[in-house]
Design a protein around this ligand. Structure first.
Ligand code: NAD
Ligand code: UGA
Length: 465
């Protein structure tokens, strides 16, 4: 059995940071070093003030505080960390390709390949390499080819250990995972040994019945499948939300009635302005690409529809704002409450707020944004990235402010796009009084109570009723 004493994790992002913090906390005898080429990010993880760590995640700063400097380290010295570790997690980003073959669909594996080449170059003794990033099925084969062909003759075992944490609840998800999935080369003694060494790490806090071992391809594909199923549920209920709006049905009531069927279950049936986040869209597109590459066009079309519906949901929410405001928002002030793709995270990747705002800006609206955790710099960067208009125009048309009240003052309409708890508790009477009339309120998260808002005088629209 290989007893692991030193772990290296390449990639100090939303996955690498929290997962390694928990491993370090639960396994005080293992030295965990998280490395990244992004110096600013590593400096932030190393900040004396743990509240300045680069990722906002409830409960995370306390864990980092407990383990950092004891057995949890953050560094930009990737080579040393690889050299010293018996087990190396690859937790780098795998975004959708923006160029060349598979552009807009396939996963861009260049960061993964760079890691593999670096590990191969540096490793002087046997290593277990763990795929933590979400990867197309059969990536382990490519990793193996690179490691074996460019390495120093040492033995590499490759494991797939996809991460299922959701942002905003990462600490809870890592502490009590529904399952930990470990795929490996279970047909060989060395492969079995490698799998067992990772099982042993998780066994420090995860009950045995929640640790699942499979062949490596099943593990890689299960991760894409899980995200596709989750996103598909959101698109399914969002499709129904539009039908509810036409028929007088209420999507929350429908979701409750449907979800009480134990075969269906109640989770992930919250209708919204559309799912965001760095993974659902990217992973489904990747799945579609893989299916197409095998000629499985019906399979590809089935999953692509989840994305088509999601894009439609964001667009129709924005279009409804324009329509409701007498078919023009030109020169009108529209308040966006919430920019993060969900509550309790500062992550904005693929957030619906970006696309709704972009649509409204195309209609010449003036936008004022408030989000409790997202910086103005990030909001402008998200809009600039779309390349819809000159960056300078984004700065002149979009204002970012520090309170919800300030954001709503003198505006024609308020749109709630992230379900932050604090939005429920705002002084909605004051907000109403300070807005232009009629005061329109668009709830893209079904967060607010319709009755009380209508009593205050708002023209209230909630997705799905
Ligand atoms: P991220 O962008 O937050 O972090 C990735 C980090 O890797 C970046 O800081 C980047 O600088 C670093 N990096 C890239 N190439 C490197 C290299 N060659 N050497 C050193 N560092 C390098 O991404 P993330 O959200 O943490 O996601 C990482 C992976 O995990 C992705 O494959 C994603 O699909 C998957 N995943 C993400 C989540 C999530 O909630 N964000 C959940 C499950 C799985
Ligand atoms: C998702 C999965 O839930 C994780 O298991 C997975 O590890 C992760 O993707 C990943 O691979 O990156 P995450 O994107 O962080 O996690 O957050 P979710 O809670 O899944 O929410 C995704 C989006 O769907 C958010 O915009 C959320 O608001 C939206 N959503 C979610 C709904 O609109 N309705 C719901 O009922 C649930």
């Amino acid at each position: 059995m290989t007893t692991i004493k030193n772990i290296c994790c390449i990639g100090a992002g939303y996955v690498g940071g929290p997962t390694m913090a928990i491993i370090a906390q639960k396994c005080p005898d293992i030295k965990v070093t998280v490395v990244d080429i992004n110096e600013k990010r590593i400096a932030a993880w190393n900040d004396e003030d743990v509240n300045k760590i680069p990722i906002y995640e409830p409960g995370l700063s306390e864990i980092v505080k407990e383990a950092k400097g004891r057995n949890l380290f953050f560094s930009t010295d990737v080579d040393s960390a690889i050299d010293n570790a018996e087990m190396i997690f690859i937790s780098v980003n795998t975004p959708t390709k923006t160029y060349g073959m598979g552009k807009g669909m396939a996963a861009d594996l260049k960061y993964i390949e760079l890691c593999a080449r670096q590990i191969a170059r540096v490793a002087k003794n046997d290593k277990i390499v763990v795929e933590k990033s979400t990867l197309p099925v059969r990536t382990a084969q490519a990793l193996k080819d690179i490691l074996e062909n460019t390495g120093n003759g040492v033995d590499f075992q490759i494991l797939s250990n996809p991460e299922f944490l959701a942002e905003g609840t990462a600490v809870e998800d890592l502490n009590n995972p529904d399952r930990v999935l470990i795929g490996g080369d279970i047909d060989t003694a060395e492969g079995k040994k490698a799998v067992q060494s990772l099982v042993d790490i998780y066994s420090n806090w995860v009950p045995a019945e929640h640790i699942l071992t499979t062949n490596i391809w099943s593990s890689e594909l299960s991760k894409l499948t899980a995200n596709a199923f989750l996103a598909q549920r959101v698109s399914s209920i969002n499709a129904m939300s539009e039908l509810c709006e036409k028929t007088g049905a209420n999507v929350n009531e429908v979701a409750k009635a449907v979800g009480m069927d134990s075969r269906i279950g109640s989770k992930f049936l919250q209708s919204s302005v559309g799912f965001g986040g760095s993974c659902f869209q990217k992973d489904i597109l990747n799945l579609v690409y893989i299916a197409k590459s095998f000629g499985l066009n019906e399979v590809a079309d089935f999953w692509e529809q989840v994305i088509i519906l999601n894009d439609h949901q964001k667009r129709r929410f924005a279009a409804n704002i324009v329509k409701t405001l007498f078919n023009t928002v030109s020169g009108k002030k529209i308040t966006i409450l919430g920019w993060a793709f969900k509550k309790d995270t500062n992550d904005t990747r693929e957030s619906a707020a970006i696309y709704v705002s972009d649509y409204l800006l195309n209609e010449q609206a003036e936008i004022v944004v408030y989000d409790p955790k997202v910086t103005a710099e990030q909001i402008y960067a998200d809009l600039d990235y779309l390349g819809t208009r000159p960056d300078s125009e984004n700065r002149s048309l979009v204002k970012v402010v520090n309170t919800a009240e300030e954001a709503c003052k003198d505006s024609h309409a308020v749109a709630v796009l992230t379900e932050w708890d604090e939005f429920k508790e705002l002084d909605w009477k004051k907000i109403y009084d300070d807005m232009l009339k009629p005061a329109f309120l668009f709830d893209g998260r079904r967060l607010l109570d319709r009755k009380t808002k209508e009593e205050l005088g708002f023209e209230f629209y909630a997705i799905g009723s």
